[in-house]
Design a protein around this ligand. Structure first.
Ligand code: SF4
Ligand code: SF4
Length: 378
């Protein structure tokens, strides 16, 4: 795959086809502070098993993810024993200069010296023009020439037509990052299958994000879990989702946002000696997907991109999580979770201003879904 890559720089195969995503790092008891000791232990396990690819972003945990990455990973391991990816996010920048400054800040926070992979973050229909307007494609090209970044790409949440266009306009990107999981495979809002096919046709390496859909496929509804457990009682539920993503030809690495040592141990157990899904296993996935689509769950991944700037402080992902628990038949725990999620604003407090919908990479009709939640809980 890598020899045929269309990007200007050939990409070396990572040690494992599993990447350590640093978006959902373990937290201390306060629920906010990243547990650095546990993160360091997880990083050591990952590197010890042959993993190399770490992925963070300027905006993750308001910068704390990059800072912890610096202390728990970069400072503790030889720089050439791992590769590091981070991302520039134009949505949170005031202007072009502010956006370009993010690279300096990310280098300072991580102590990395350079980034092996640098991405324009979360491109979609309503924001890609900002990246053009700020000249960020050419900025990344210059940084690649100067060696501050080794490979340049973009993470993507848009339509297949937009993906084609961005790749036509920027044929020298080295890789793309796509949302790929078995639940979203044919979802017209996500278009995983079509976007994967576009990369495959162009021999463009791609990194997978959201393989377990923000945790949904790690703890799927009972009906779905039963299908998977009956097929292979010993296999963990996340293993189905991560192996599905890793089985796609052209995949460079599958990012898993592991949140504790146990999740790291589980992921390594099946990715250390990765085996693509067999045709029988793919048939099981088809059955699981069909069962999942019967439930009208809110397809939220819990990324929290929507919560910044909400004038009433709505905890949207927590409210949607409670609603999904309700839809799966857990009324009492759903009401308890909803109670924890609404210290500041109830679903019915939504002003329908639409800020959150513009930021949602899953293109969810958040206002309409909040109305559904209000009908059930308020
Ligand atoms: S639409 Fe509602 S939830 Fe979304 S940002 Fe506005 S007030 Fe907050
Ligand atoms: S509603 Fe959208 S932006 Fe908000 S947490 Fe869910 S997926 Fe992320």
């Amino acid at each position: 795959m890598t020899e045929e890559a269309k990007g200007t720089r050939a990409i070396e195969e990572p040690g494992l086809r599993l990447g350590f995503g640093l978006m959902r790092l373990p937290k201390l008891a306060d629920g906010h502070t990243i547990d650095e000791a546990q993160t360091a232990k997880m990083a050591d396990m990952f590197l010890g098993a042959g993993g190399t690819y770490f992925d963070t972003a300027y905006v993750y945990d308001d910068g704390a993810s990059e800072e912890v990455c610096g202390r728990a990973i970069v400072d503790r391991h030889p720089r050439d024993s791992f590769t590091l990816a981070t991302k520039l996010n134009a949505r949170v920048a005031k202007d072009a200069e502010d956006a370009r400054r993010q690279l300096d800040v990310s280098l300072e926070r991580t102590h990395a010296g350079y980034f092996d992979y640098y991405l324009l973050h979360s491109l979609m229909l309503n924001n890609h023009e900002t990246y053009d307007k700020y000249g960020l494609w050419d900025f990344c090209r210059r940084q690649r020439e100067e060696g501050r970044i080794r490979h340049f790409g973009f993470s993507f949440h848009g339509t297949p037509a937009l993906l084609e266009r961005l790749l036509d306009e920027n044929p020298d990107v080295d890789f793309v990052q796509l949302q790929v999981n078995y639940a979203d495979w044919d979802d017209p809002n996500i278009s995983s299958a079509k976007n994967v096919a576009i990369c495959q046709e162009r021999h463009m390496p791609f990194v997978v994000m959201e393989p377990v859909k923000g945790g949904t496929l790690a703890t799927p509804p009972e009906q779905v879990a039963r299908i998977l457990k009956e097929a292979e009682p010993e296999a963990s539920l996340p293993s189905w989702a991560i192996r599905f993503a890793a089985s796609q030809p052209g995949v460079l690495v599958v990012l898993s946002g592991m949140s504790d040592v146990a999740q790291m141990a589980d992921n390594l157990s099946f990715m250390r000696d990765f085996k693509p899904l067999t045709s029988e296993e793919l048939a099981v996935i088809d059955k699981a997907r069909a069962e999942l689509s019967k439930l009208d769950l809110i397809r939220c991944t819990g990324c929290s991109y929507c919560t910044k700037g909400c004038p009433v402080g709505m905890q949207i992902p927590d409210i949607f999580k409670a609603m999904n628990t309700y839809l799966m038949g857990g009324e009492a725990p759903a009401r308890r979770s909803y109670g924890f999620a609404v210290p500041r604003a109830h679903a019915s407090d939504c002003l329908a201003c639409g800020q959150c919908e513009a930021a949602c990479p899953q293109h969810l009709p958040i206002i309409e879904n909040l109305r559904r939640c209000a009908e059930v809980f308020d």
